[in-house]
Design a protein around this ligand. Structure first.
Ligand SMILES: Cc1cc2nc3c(=O)[nH]c(=O)nc-3n(C[C@H](O)[C@H](O)[C@H](O)COP(=O)(O)OP(=O)(O)OC[C@H]3O[C@@H](n4cnc5c(N)ncnc54)[C@H](O)[C@@H]3O)c2cc1C
Length: 506
C-alpha cells in the first residue's frame, strides 16, 4: 500500500494534521495504537488562534456546539483563591495584558475537553476521506531516498508494510519515532508530577452562585485547578501537584481529601468517575519543559508533544501542536502537488522550532509562578498570549505577524472576517489603485502554476492593514503576512515572481 502522508498518533496533533491535510485535498493514513479516543482529563480549552485554524477547516461551529458548559460561555468566571470557599486572592501570575480578544480575532476561547475535541476531529477527518485506524501501531520505520517504509500491526495482530512519501510523527511526549531517529531534546526537563481526575461532587456551598470556568486554588498544593466537565454543576475536572508520580505513592493517598482541601468543604461527598474502563480513575503525568533539537530527519517530521513538551500553564501545549500540524500540512500539500520545491519542508522546523521554544519558555515561566517554584519567571519576560499567537499585540500587517482581523460582512448570525480569506492558497491584498498588482499576480501565478487570489480592500479595511495607494501584502495559507510592498515601483511582475519563487523554494 502507498500513501502520500502517514500520520503516527491519532490524538490532538495527528487528528489535526489529518484535518488540515484534508483541507488541502491530501488524503492520509492515521494510525493510533489506542483502541479509541483517550477520555482522561487533559486539555480543557482552546485559545482563539487554535479556533481560527479550525475555522479555516470548517469545524469551528461543530467544536463550539460540543462545548460541554454551553456556548458561548460568556458568564463563566475565573477564581483565584486559597480554597473555593474563600475569597479571591491576588494572582500569583500577572494578568495577561494582551489586546482585547474580540479586537484581534473572530474566535474566542472555547472551554472544550480534549476528549470531546478529538471526537469531533475523528468524525470530521473520516467524513473527509481520511483512513483513521485505531488499535494500529507503528512497529518499524525505514527511510529510503524516495519514501519511508512503515511496518504496522493492526488490532488483530496482522502486520502490514505501508510505503509513504512523508511521515508525521505525532506520537506524543515519549515519541518512539523521535527516539528511533536519535533526536535529543533540550530544556529544563521534568518539574514535578501532577494528578488529574474527574469527580462527582455537589460544590454549591463553595460556589455561592458563581458559574466557574476554572478555579486556581492554593490547597492541597499551589496551582491546584478545578473546572466544570458539563453544565450540571456536579461533574468536575480536578488537578493537583504531587511529590511523586509513582503509582504506589499515589495509591496510598486519599483523593477525596485533596478535593475537600481544595474546596474548603470538610464533609464533602466526593466520588471519582471512571474515565476509561480498566485504565484507572487517576491520571498521573510529569509536568515538563523541553523541545526537540531537530524537527526533521529525511522524510519524517516531528509534530506536537513529540517535538515539544511544556507545562499546561497558558494553554499553549495543544495550541503549539495544532499550529505545527497546520504549518506542516500546507507545506506538504504544496510540495506533493509540485507547487513548491522540497526545500519548503525545511522551513517547517526553522519556523516552528523557535515558536515552540518561545511557547515552552512562557509556559515554564508561568508554571514557576503558579506552583511557586524557585527561579522566579525562569529569567523570561512574560509576554501577553496574543503576542505569542499573532506575533503582535494588535496585528497591523507586518511580515511575520498574523494578518489583521476585521469584519467584512455585517451579517450578525455569521459575520465574515478578513481571516476567512486565508486557508488553502496564497492571497495578495491590495489597497486602493491595486489593479496593476492584480495583473502582475495573475501573470506570475500563471508562469509558476500557482494560484494567487487577489482581494481589493476598501479604505476601511486597507487602513488597519497598513495598505496605502499602490501597496500590496502577500499572506500565506496560515494567514501570516509573508511579504509587503509599500508603494508600486518598477517591475511588478518580476518583483512578485521573485517573492513567490523565494517563498515556495522554486
Ligand atoms: C493535564 C493536562 C492539561 C493540559 N491542558 C492543556 C490546555 O489547556 N491547553 C493546551 O493547549 N494544551 C493542554 N495540554 C497539553 C495537551 O494535552 C497536549 O499538548 C496534547 O495532548 C498533545 O497532543 P499530541 O497529539 O501531540 O500527543 P498525545 O496526545 O500524547 O498523542 C500521541 C498519540 O500517539 C499515539 N502513539 C504513540 N506511539 C504510537 C505508535 N507507535 N503507533 C501508533 N500510535 C502511537 C499515542 O497512543 C497517543 O494517542 C494539557 C496536558 C495535560 C496532561
Amino acid at each position: 500500500m502507498h500513501v502520500g502522508v502517514l500520520v503516527v498518533g491519532g490524538s490532538l496533533t495527528g487528528l489535526s494534521a489529518a484535518l488540515f491535510l484534508g483541507m488541502h485535498g491530501v488524503p492520509c493514513l492515521v494510525v493510533e495504537r489506542r483502541d479509541g479516543i483517550l477520555a482522561h482529563p487533559r486539555l480543557r480549552g482552546l485559545l482563539p488562534r487554535a479556533m481560527e485554524l479550525y475555522r479555516q477547516a470548517g469545524v469551528e461551529d461543530e467544536i463550539v456546539s460540543r462545548c460541554p458548559v454551553g456556548a458561548p460561555p460568556t458568564d463563566l468566571v475565573s477564581v483565584h483563591a486559597r480554597t473555593l470557599s474563600e475569597e479571591h486572592e491576588p494572582l500569583t501570575e500577572p494578568e495577561d495584558g494582551g489586546a482585547d480578544a474580540e479586537q484581534v480575532s473572530p474566535c474566542g476561547f472555547v472551554p472544550i475537553g480534549q476528549d470531546e475535541l478529538e471526537t469531533v476531529l475523528a468524525q470530521q477527518v473520516r467524513e473527509r476521506g481520511c483512513d483513521l485506524r485505531f488499535g494500529t501501531r507503528l512497529t518499524d520505520l525505514a527511510q529510503g531516498r524516495d519514501g519511508v517504509m512503515a511496518r504496522l500491526r493492526g488490532p488483530d495482530g496482522t502486520e502490514e508494510t505501508v510505503e509513504a512519501d512523508y511521515v508525521i510523527a505525532a506520537d506524543g511526549a515519549s515519541s518512539p519515532v523521535r527516539r528511533r531517529l536519535g533526536i535529543r531534546s533540550s530544556g529544563p526537563g521534568t518539574l514535578f508530577h501532577m494528578v488529574t481526575m474527574h469527580i462527582h461532587a455537589d460544590l454549591s456551598p463553595a460556589l455561592r452562585g458563581r458559574r466557574i470556568g476554572m478555579a486556581y486554588l492554593g490547597r492541597p498544593a499551589p496551582g491546584t485547578t478545578l473546572g466544570p466537565l458539563d453544565s450540571t454543576g456536579t461533574r468536575w475536572f480536578f488537578a493537583t501537584a504531587v511529590s511523586s508520580g509513582s503509582s504506589g505513592d499515589i495509591a496510598s493517598e486519599d483523593p477525596a481529601a485533596w478535593v475537600r482541601a481544595a474546596t474548603g468543604l470538610d464533609a464533602l461527598d466526593v466520588r471519582l468517575l471512571e474515565q476509561v474502563p480498566g485504565a484507572g480513575r487517576i491520571f498521573t503525568f510529569p509536568v515538563g519543559a523541553r523541545v526537540a533539537d531537530r524537527y526533521r530527519v529525511g522524510r519524517v517530521f516531528l509534530a506536537g508533544d513529540a517535538a515539544h513538551l511544556m507545562p499546561p500553564t497558558g494553554s499553549l501545549g495543544g495550541l503549539t501542536g495544532i499550529m505545527d500540524a497546520h504549518d506542516l500540512a500546507w507545506k506538504l500539500a504544496f510540495v506533493l502537488r509540485g507547487s513548491a520545491g522540497p526545500a519548503l519542508l525545511d522551513t517547517y522546523g526553522a519556523e516552528r522550532r523557535p515558536a515552540a521554544e518561545q511557547a515552552m519558555g512562557q509556559a515554564y515561566a508561568r508554571a514557576l509562578l503558579r506552583w511557586r517554584l524557585p527561579g522566579h519567571g525562569g529569567g523570561c519576560t512574560l509576554l501577553p498570549t496574543s503576542v505569542l499567537m499573532y506575533g503582535a499585540a494588535v496585528p497591523e500587517g507586518a511580515p511575520g505577524t498574523r494578518a489583521p482581523h476585521l469584519y467584512v460582512s455585517e451579517d450578525a448570525s455569521s459575520p465574515m472576517s478578513t481571516l476567512d480569506l486565508y486557508g488553502t492558497g496564497l492571497v495578495l491584498l491590495v489597497g486602493p489603485e491595486g489593479d496593476a498588482w492584480e495583473s502582475a499576480a495573475h501573470r506570475a501565478g500563471q508562469r509558476l502554476s500557482v494560484a494567487v487570489e487577489v482581494y481589493h480592500l476598501d479604505a476601511d479595511l486597507a487602513g488597519p492593514h497598513g495598505l496605502t495607494n499602490g501597496s500590496a501584502l502577500l499572506v500565506g495559507p496560515d494567514g501570516v503576512v509573508v511579504w509587503r510592498c509599500d508603494g508600486r515601483r518598477g517591475d511588478l511582475d518580476g518583483t512578485l515572481e521573485r517573492v513567490l519563487r523565494d517563498l515556495l523554494c522554486r
